[in-house]
Design a protein around this ligand. Sequence first.
Ligand code: LRH
Ligand code: MN
Length: 424
Amino acid sequence: MKLEPDYIADYNQSQLEGHQRKLSYWTQEVATAEPIIQKLIDFQIAIPSWALGTGGTRFGRFPSGGEPRSLEEKIEDVGLLHALNRTSGAISLHIPWDIPTDADAIKQLAAQYGLRFDAMNSNTFQDQPDQALSYKFGSLQHSDPAVRRQAIEHNIEVIKHGVALGSDALTVWLSDGSCFPGQLNFRKAFDRTLSSLEEIYAALPDNWKLFVEYKAFEPNFYSMTVGDWGSSFLYANKLGPKAYTLVDLGHHLPNANIEQIVAILLHQGKLGGFHFNDSKYGDDDLTAGSIKPYQLFLIFTELVDGMDARGMNHAKDLGWMIDASHNVKDPLEDLLQSVEAIQLAYAQALLVDRAALENAREANDPVRAQEILQDAFRTDVRPLVAEAQRRAGGALNPLALYRQLNVRQQLIGERGAKTVATGL
Ligand code: LRH
Ligand code: MN
């Protein structure tokens, strides 16, 4: 479904007066409003190709209809999100769920929607129908060198697809681990995983990055071979300068201090990027900012501080990606909400008076420090996000326009009510 530009222009016109009233406080009272709006315009978040259909659990999956049936239709849907919020200018593919049959045609189609390809994702956590050897007991850690070889070759294949599409990064998430005490020799698993990753690293083009994604549990429930930030950091350091850690917000043990992990990984120059989502218990893959919005704000506060301390470009120097699964929400509405939550957390973090915060810290004044942080968090920055979207050609309220245009019904009309997208 193509979104006609005048749909957005007409909608914005109907909302303009109210918007300008709210924005006037900012543009008249807050000196940092303009630079924040510009940073929001530059800030693009990659949409996961595997989250454009309805997700599910082992207990059930309830498709909402009109789901994309092909990579082309997935690109169309991300193009629609980007047309609405002008902040979703990239798609992250998962192989083999999204093998591009004709890479040039796919690249051109994405370009038509203003989309580029972010990190590619390999998959050695499922057995494909035509696969010779099983990953039941792992992939890069496997005791059988032939299974490790198969997994290494798959990752090198994924890099080739990425090069053809103009991507410049590979995310490796390994489901490898064990379910029972005694099942696995942890040292051998570490060494086999490292030497396998070294072969994948050696296959990276010069300008590429390798993101090592860690996860505390699931699908293994006793140990994960890349189970926490420390092990991911260890692999990334041993692999070399093109290897980084990837922080999926849902991959931590309960109550982990993720903002501290982010601060240290960034400080050590080994933070590569994010999979944004939210969770209350496990890897729930819920809408970003829907459960712990303050944590998301605190993470962005450490990011803005740490990136500025290293002179990094906020928009370009880290991988900003969503990784979610939609069990009860319309996938596109869920993604619009996630993108907005990330933009709001970033804008609030940019509002923090960092000099005053540092003074309070050096003075050991936790009350003042909290007041400074929560002053930013309690500030409604939605007019800034709306203005950034408007100036970039998007809608003042993407979700409201998505509903007003009845997009899901139109997609069901085009694709049918029973289509199921590849992915989780
Ligand atoms: C694992 C994970 C990983 C993806 C998968 C879809 O939980 O976060 O990033 O490969 O989800
Ligand atoms: Mn992830």
